[in-house]
Design a protein around this ligand. Sequence first.
Ligand code: ADP
Length: 189
Amino acid sequence: MLNIVIFGAPGSGKGTQSARIVEMYGINHISTGDVLRAEIKAGTELGRTAKGYIDQGQLLPDELIIDILASTLDSFKESKGVIFDGFPRTIAQAEALKKMLAERSQEVSVMLDLDVPEEELMTRLIKRGQESGRADDNEETIKKRLVVYHSQTSPLIDWYKNEGKYQHIQGVGTMEDIFAEISEVINKI
Ligand code: ADP
């Protein structure tokens, strides 16, 4: 089982690289952001709750997102592994993931930290907002998301170092260069 956590600040390229990993290694993909956007689009109650947090650049409560993750995980049958994109985003979520996988006699194989400088993140996200119209990709919300990333999410770097799972990836360069570095790491697992 290949269980990969793809990690990085908003705009670091997690979604782009996840798609390539899925294509190359045939594992399942969970993007909590995509799950929430689908719920918003479908107009569900969960979608309405999620929108309130997302538009403010805040994280959803841990219990809620952990439940969503667990049910998505259970929907995969005969999986070769999973790439977790946008989860975990807090220490509590990382602990929950560890427990969830342990209950299935599994563990995280590696955590890939896509490292991108802050100015580059801002530029990419503003451009994405203009092109895709994603409501949270506006300057004010992006700034809030980066603050949340630094305060609540980046402590996971040390947490995964401590678990012996951390792997730094240079997140600047062509999509191909970045993917080449990622696949070199995965091929060694
Ligand atoms: P990005 O990585 O570009 O910020 P995502 O698509 O992964 O975007 O997430 C968008 C928003 O969805 C987040 O800003 C947050 O509000 C919510 N969200 C996604 N994943 C989680 C999570 N694991 N915990 C809490 N909130 C989440």
